[in-house]
Design a protein around this ligand. Structure first.
Ligand code: COA
Length: 323
């Protein structure tokens, strides 16, 4: 039987600086009430100059390795999902490789916006199942504070910075054969690229780029696509809503999260929510939420967890994991 990917450890990192809605409302025409009512966000973390994608990714990855009881020598590959890399190249994944003292294997960055972690998990799982690697760090790390348009109050209040990571290892004969990544399902629709995008990049003359979003359009697609992706994951494994122990959703907006919980028939206490404290940390949001719920003991070994996310592209996907 081919190996499966065991999710052996989780870790997260948040910048020290916390910015509340009230603090934002001192320089932006907004209010704590508007932000909380529309999104559930109360505060977010913003990175200091030294807290780059690679720096935060390294901290989250080191925590995931420690949680797994693994070491740099166990890492065959590092896949880092980000839209805000430190440099065009080398990949931020390789800055993490160097910082962790990993001296072999390979690594690369993956660009799928807020769905990046699900995409990265899917790629890593495929490589483990194919027997190409045995230990993979899958990281989501983002500094959206560097690409926000502070003149656009409809977007700049929604995002925060941070990193999350998991360490996946190939199963061995002694592992319970129900454990691990059961399946991943990733999708994209490039024709919807203009509802959420960054209007520039390193390759564009004089245009580093700012985030642009048509919030209502994104909202409309989010609930439908995410529900489809979760049902697809359950159907692929012959499981139903009643089998889910935990939903760990992308943390963009509490209204989308609540709608998803309802569609799946899950009580609120079975849905992991961090958007109130982290805001939307894009590719970092799912692994950060997972790390928090593992560390505080809510998600236990043996629990069936659904992960889902949707982002610019449009990209979206889901994963079913038994811890
Ligand atoms: N503070 C105060 N008022 C604000 C504001 C802010 N930060 N941002 C926008 N507004 C105002 C608008 O100017 C508008 O005022 P008007 O009616 O006088 O023109 C009003 O609030 C409504 O704006 P609108 O953009 O239509 O709000 P909305 O109800 O669609 O909520 C979002 C905006 C962004 C919260 C919502 O569309 C959303 O959550 N979308 C999904 C976003 C998402 O999940 N993205 C990430 C996917 S990875």
């Amino acid at each position: 039987m081919p190996p499966r990917s065991i999710l052996a450890g989780c870790g997260g990192y948040l910048p020290e600086r916390i910015v509340t809605n009230d603090e934002l409302s001192r320089t932006i025409d907004t209010s704590d009430e508007w932000i909380r009512e529309r999104t559930g966000i109360r505060q977010r973390h913003f990175a200091a100059a030294h807290e780059t994608t690679a720096f935060m990714g390294t901290a989250a990855a080191a925590a995931a390795l420690a949680d797994a009881g693994a070491h740099a020598a166990d890492v065959d590959a590092i896949i880092l999902a980000t839209s805000t890399p430190d440099q065009a190249f080398p990949a931020s994944a390789l800055r993490v490789q160097a910082a962790l003292g990993v001296t072999r294997g390979f690594g690369f960055d993956l660009s799928a916006a807020c769905a990046g972690f699900i995409y990265a998990l899917s790629v890593a799982d495929g490589m483990i199942r194919a027997g190409q690697v045995r230990g993979v760090l899958v990281i989501g790390s983002e500094v959206y504070s560097r690409i926000l348009n502070w003149q656009d109050r409809g977007t700049c209040v929604l995002f925060g910075d941070g990193a999350g990571a998991v360490f996946l290892r190939a199963s061995t004969g002694v592992d319970d054969d129900r454990r691990g990544v059961l399946s991943t399902h990733i999708h994209a629709q490039g024709t919807l690229g203009d509802i959420l995008y960054v209007d520039g990049a390193v390759g564009q003359p004089d245009k580093p780029g700012h985030l642009v979003m048509h919030g209502r359009e994104v909202f409309r697609h989010a609930v439908t696509r995410l529900a489809e992706a979760v049902d697809e994951a359950l159907a692929a494994n012959g499981l139903g809503h009643a089998d889910i122990d935990w939903l760990v959703p992308h943390q963009a907006n509490s209204r989308i999260i609540n709608a998803m919980g309802k569609k799946l028939g899950l009580p609120p206490e079975r849905v992991v929510v961090t958007v109130d404290r982290h805001a939307n940390t894009s590719a970092a949001s799912v692994p950060l939420a997972l790390a928090e719920a593992r560390a505080d003991g809510r998600i236990k070994s043996g629990d069936l967890v659904v992960l889902e996310a949707l982002g610019g592209g449009l990209t979206w996907g889901s994963a079913l994991v038994r811890l």
